[in-house]
Design a protein around this ligand. Structure first.
Ligand SMILES: [Zn+2]
Length: 378
């Protein structure tokens, strides 16, 4: 991506990398390392066809035409790789490690247990336990706090959706905090799944619903008013509907925005046309997230860079958006307070360190390329 290159982008990127970050919208299935997929293919004799280029099959490139269906098709391919308990455990572990290495301090990782289980006939519950176990191990070894969200896709068999919801509730003490509705919002209805989500909410789970990503703003209204969503995945089509904007603002519903994904699915034409800055200036609780870092070839650091270099947001705006994410975390009020405090302390420490470096750079006659800690640094 062009915005990642050049000396100024490089300087900003290194600073944004050092920010402690929060990712509320990241799919496990979209976070798999290419190198791991190559090894799984080798170990499990997964044949993709002669001369198949796994990277080209998995990753969206800048030259590929944006398309929601092409984006979703990646996840059909990935089902081939959910080949064993070891493979699934490894994928979950590495997804958390990769987030931690990008200095994501709090991650909500979502996955569709039906997709992981059905590929090779595993039980839903064992797949959930493998992921929970691996995520717990990664959390012990790295500086990251993780909560899990179970995804149900639109059009799923309601019997399976009920099983997933019941398992989510049963595993709440082990870190499952929410249900997510994903899938094709243009072609599949959510109607049959509404009772499942309503029941899960009554049991104390949080709800997040992919809506108004590529589909109409009416899907956002339905998610909030009928399904009872606490947060909306994407929700960017709200920009075209003043009533839905008002509903989101009135109820303070956070939007989980994933800019690179929005470009690749064709939901927006370019970063310059992305509604994130407008939604932010309207006072909505917007957050920045990755969606599918491996498929999209991005990191959360990059998404912050694109919001700045591609959409014109300033450093202080990014800090506000980061704090929005912490405030929107599916945690208890006390856990949220601790998270926010921890992030603030770490950001202050970066500020002090950076100021010291700038002073020392000035003393030695070096001219700093930018001054991000000034109020309007960009
Ligand atoms: Zn998503």
């Amino acid at each position: 991506m062009r915005l990642r290159h050049g000396p100024v982008a490089h300087a900003w990127r290194s600073l944004l990398y050092r920010l402690p970050k929060v990712d509320l919208h990241r799919h496990l299935e979209g976070s798999l390392r290419l190198s791991t997929l190559v090894e799984i293919a080798r170990d499990h004799q997964i044949h993709l066809g002669l001369d198949a280029d796994l990277e080209a099959l998995l990753r969206f490139t800048a030259s590929e035409p944006a398309s929601f269906q092409r984006f979703l098709s990646r996840f059909q391919l990935l089902r081939l790789f959910y080949a064993s308990q070891e493979a699934i455990r490894r994928m979950a572990y590495e997804a958390v490690v990769d987030a931690a290495l990008d200095r994501v301090r709090y991650l909500e990782l979502r996955f569709n247990p039906a997709a992981l289980a059905q590929a090779r006939g595993f039980h839903l519950e064992e797949v959930i336990e493998w992921v929970l176990d691996s995520v717990a191990q990664a959390q012990q070894r790295f500086n990251i706090q993780v909560r899990l969200i179970l995804t149900i896709v639109r059009g799923e068999d309601p019997k399976i959706a009920w099983q997933i919801a019941r398992l989510a509730v049963a595993h709440r003490p082990h870190g499952i905090v929410a249900l997510d509705l994903a899938g094709d919002e243009l072609c599949e209805s959510a109607t049959e799944l509404v009772p499942v989500f309503q029941w899960a909410r009554e049991q104390g789970l949080f709800l997040t619903v992919h809506a108004g990503e590529i589909g109409p703003s009416a899907n956002i209204r339905h998610a909030i008013l009928v399904m009872g969503a606490h947060r909306i995945g994407h929700g960017i089509q709200a920009i075209h509907d003043s009533d839905v904007l008002e509903l989101i603002r009135e109820r303070n519903v956070p939007l989980e925005i994933c800019p690179t994904s929005n470009l690749q699915t064709g939901a927006v034409a370019s970063f310059r046309h992305h509604p994130l800055p407008d939604l932010y200036r309207l006072g909505l609780k917007v957050t920045l997230n990755t969606d599918d870092p491996s498929v999209s070839d991005t990191k959360l650091t990059d998404e912050y860079l694109f919001a700045m270099a591609g959409m014109g947001l300033h450093w202080q705006d990014l800090l506000r958006i980061l704090e929005n994410a912490a405030e929107a975390a599916f945690l208890s009020p006390e856990e949220r307070r601790i998270l926010i405090q921890r992030l603030r302390q770490e950001i202050q420490a970066i500020g002090r360190k950076k100021a010291k470096e700038e002073v020392e750079g000035a003393k030695s006659g070096q001219v700093a390329p930018f001054s991000p800690f000034l109020p309007s640094g960009c």
